[in-house]
Design a protein around this ligand. Sequence first.
Ligand code: AMP
Length: 275
Amino acid sequence: LKTFETIEQCRKELSCIDGSVGLIPTMGSIHKGHLNLVRASKIENTTSIVTLFVNPSQFGRNEDFDQYPRDIDQDMVLLENEGIDILFAPKVREIYPLGFSTFVDIGDLSKKYEGLYRPEHFRGVSTIVTKLLSIFRPNRAYFGQKDAQQCAVIKKLNDDLNLGSEIIIVPTARDQFGMALSSRNIYLSELQKKSANHINLILFRAKKLYHSKNMKSCDLINFISKSLPIDINIEYVSIVNRETFATMNIPDVNSLIIVAVNIGSVRLIDNVSLS
Ligand code: AMP
């Protein structure tokens, strides 16, 4: 595993690489969800590059940037075991040097759902992903379905700005109870985890109801809202088109059920596809 902190080192290394390049952007604290992206890239590319950067511009003022779990030594062991070729782990000043002032704003899609609750979030995500796709020019870049709106945002900026990578979406990795894996799950107590396990169970029940009873969105949303345990505070639950995130009154196979909740002070998101 070659580890680089600067863009210049990466560019030098890239100039010596033949064959296809797969890029896996992460904020580290590597778990099995990240490793599924890594494995997908390893199958499809000659060289696989992981980036590890806790991106300050995608965290709101009151969010957990300072507390976000970081363990680069452990991450390096996991990535080395997977046979990752290159790790890019820059310092903040490498990505945002003094005087940095250009941000990517993709418009409407970034203003709804996650964007409403986390107003700066997608501007930060769009900017860092645009920078990484520009630096590495990968043939393919890998993102997780767990962050469904992020996937839609990244596909859109890649198309709109002609960045030219193929954006590959990898299914959500879940634990044995179905909970979507996330670096933030370590914030949950055992009791909160038990509640969190209901989220995915209920989303999949709603999907079954859609297929067996052809239920409309409002009925499915009612079902989900009533079924979640009372210690789960719902921020939103909705049924949307997977690309535009337009609200769907009548769901179809291109729809996703999306949910964001708070359990105590921990915010979780999840989604299931109705296809
Ligand atoms: P993060 O480090 O949380 O920014 O995640 C880096 C990438 O891994 C993003 O594309 C995420 O969508 C993806 N990812 C995170 N958790 C999962 C999961 N449970 N299953 C699949 N992909 C995931």
